[in-house]
Design a binder for this molecule. Structure first.
Ligand code: GLY
Length: 368
C-alpha cells in the first residue's frame, strides 16, 4: 500500500490539507505538527467510534506528547442539537482551553458537524481537525467547512461556514463500517462523477465493486478524486453563492424522501441521494436535456454496487414530497432549486423547473 495521498483545499490563509491513507492515526503526531501550536487536542467522538478508534489514537497522541481529553457523545442524529452542543462547549471549557488548543472531530457527519460548530464558538473560534470515520464524511461532510446542528424547525438550520485546519481521512477506520453505510458514502462519490468528472464515473464503473469489497488502493484513489472534486468546488464558492449548489445533485429529491420517512435508518442519507440522483437524471431526460442512455448507465452502476435506484414504498404521496421540497432551506422566492444534467459529468443548477414534470415523474415512479 502506498503512502498517504494529499489534496489541498485552496482557500488562501484558510486553506488546508486533506490526507488520505491507511495508518494516519498511528502517526497523528507528525500529521498535526504543522497546525497544532500547543500540546493539547480535545477529541470529540461518539460511543461507537470511541470503542473502535480511540485505542488506535490514544497511544499515538501520548507518544507525541499531546494531552487529549476525550469527550464522548451519544451516537446518532439526535446528538446534533442545542442541548448536546451546550454540553460539549461546557465539557471543553471545564479544561480551561487556550486559543491555540484545537478540537479533533473523530467520527461521522454528526460528530463532525457539532464539533466544527463548537470550535467556531469557543473563545470566538479555535481551530479544529476533522478525522472522519465514515466514507460519507470522508468524501463530503468533513470537507468544506459546513458545520451545523438541527432544531425543531429543521435540519442544519443553526450553523456556520467554518473551515477545519486539517482533514485526516484514515482508510483503516472504514474497516469496521457496516456495508450499508459504506455504500451510502459511495453514492456521494458517484455524485462527483456525475457533476463534472465523467472520468471518475467511468473509473467507478470499472473499479466500484473492488472498492466496495475492501480494495485499499481503490478506496484511496476514489476518496482522493472525490475530495479533489469537492475541494475544487469549495475553493470556487465557499459560501454556496453559486457553483457549490451543484453538490446538491440528487439532494432535492433525496431530502424530501428522507423527511417523508422521518430521518430514520429505513433510508440512510446516501441511499436517499442514490435514489435522488436517479430521479434528477430521469427528470433531465424527460425535459429533453439528457440522453436516456446516460440515465440508464447511472441506474445500472448504482444497482451493480448494491445501491437502491427506486423510490421505496411508503405512505407518502406526490403532493407530500413536493410540499417537503418547498420546505428545503435552498428554496428561494418560493422556487425549488434542482440540479439537473445534460449528461454524465454535465450537471447544472436549474431554478425554473416546471413542477408539473416533477409531479408526473413522482406519480409514475411511485406507481412503478
Ligand atoms: N454537502 C454539501 C456541501 O458541502 O456543500
Amino acid at each position: 500500500m502506498s503512502a498517504s495521498a494529499s489534496v489541498r483545499v485552496e482557500l488562501g490563509t484558510r486553506g488546508y490539507d486533506i490526507l488520505i491513507g491507511p495508518c494516519l492515526y498511528e502517526h497523528i503526531g507528525d500529521h498535526v505538527a504543522a497546525v497544532l501550536k500547543t500540546r493539547r487536542l480535545f477529541v470529540v467522538t461518539d460511543q461507537r467510534v470511541a470503542a473502535a478508534q480511540w485505542p488506535r489514537l490514544e497511544p499515538a497522541l501520548k507518544a507525541a506528547g499531546i494531552a487529549a481529553p476525550c469527550i464522548v457523545l451519544p451516537p446518532g442524529e439526535a446528538t446534533k442539537g442545542l442541548e448536546h452542543l451546550g454540553r460539549l462547549l461546557d465539557a471543553v471549557l471545564d479544561h480551561r482551553p487556550e486559543r491555540g488548543d484545537m478540537l479533533l472531530a473523530l467520527g461521522g457527519g454528526v460528530v463532525g458537524d457539532i464539533t466544527g460548530l463548537a470550535a467556531s464558538l469557543l473563545l470566538r473560534g479555535v481551530g479544529y481537525i476533522q478525522a472522519p470515520t465514515t466514507l460519507l464524511a470522508q468524501v463530503d461532510s468533513a470537507v468544506g467547512g459546513k458545520t451545523a446542528i438541527n432544531t425543531r424547525h429543521g435540519k442544519n438550520l443553526i450553523g456556520a461556514f467554518y473551515q477545519p485546519r486539517l482533514v485526516l481521512a484514515d482508510l483503516d477506520s472504514l474497516a469496521s463500517l457496516p456495508q450499508r453505510e459504506l455504500l451510502a458514502g459511495y453514492a456521494e462519490m458517484v455524485k462527483y462523477g456525475l457533476i463534472d468528472d465523467p472520468a471518475l464515473f467511468a473509473w467507478l464503473e470499472a473499479n466500484g465493486k473492488a472498492l466496495v469489497a475492501g480494495d485499499l488502493a481503490a478506496r484511496q484513489h476514489a476518496v482522493t478524486l472525490s475530495c479533489a472534486a469537492k475541494a475544487r468546488i469549495v475553493a470556487a464558492d465557499e459560501r454556496e453563492d453559486g457553483v457549490r449548489a451543484l453538490l446538491n445533485l440528487g439532494h432535492t429529491f433525496g431530502h424530501a424522501l428522507e423527511a417523508a420517512i422521518g430521518y430514520d435508518d429505513r433510508l440512510l442519507h446516501g441511499e436517499a441521494v442514490a435514489i435522488g440522483l436517479v430521479l434528477a437524471f430521469e427528470l433531465s431526460v424527460r425535459l429533453g436535456l439528457c440522453p436516456a442512455a446516460d440515465a440508464a448507465r447511472l441506474r445500472r452502476h448504482l444497482a451493480v454496487v448494491g445501491l437502491p435506484t427506486a423510490v421505496p414504498r411508503g405512505p407518502w404521496t406526490t403532493d407530500r414530497l413536493v410540499e417537503l421540497m418547498h420546505q428545503d432551506k435552498k428554496v428561494s422566492a418560493g422556487r425549488v432549486t434542482f440540479v439537473l444534467a445534460r449528461g454524465i459529468g454535465r450537471a447544472f443548477v436549474a431554478r425554473d423547473v416546471d413542477l408539473a414534470a416533477v409531479r408526473a415523474l413522482l406519480d409514475q415512479t411511485a406507481a412503478a
